[in-house]
Design a protein around this ligand. Sequence first.
Ligand code: ZN
Ligand code: ZN
Length: 116
Amino acid sequence: MRGAKARALAALAEQAERTVSVPAACPLCGRAIPADQRDAHHLVPKSKGGRHTIDLHRICHRQIHAVLTETELARSYHSVEQLLAHPALRSFVDWVRTKPDDFFVRTRKSDRVRRR
Ligand SMILES: [Zn+2]
Ligand SMILES: [Zn+2]
């Protein structure tokens, strides 16, 4: 019986540990963020005086900056709700949701953003 109790305790401890180390969910796509894919995003760009950051997948973060300029972010996309309302980000989220949590590919900037 002692063995079973020890196993139960070990399972509990393991569960507690997992709860602590469970990565936060990405506010953009809702998937868990593995530690090596975590990126901090300034809702208002640092260059525009923003200080508050949110944790996102690197790929989700890159996508935001591939689609929007810092001026657009500061002016109209400084909340998760606003970002999700952007059609290009909306379709990105629908797509990336079907991928594993640690999925990452290089993000191409749209010509529109790159040209500035
Ligand atoms: Zn994400
Ligand atoms: Zn950012």
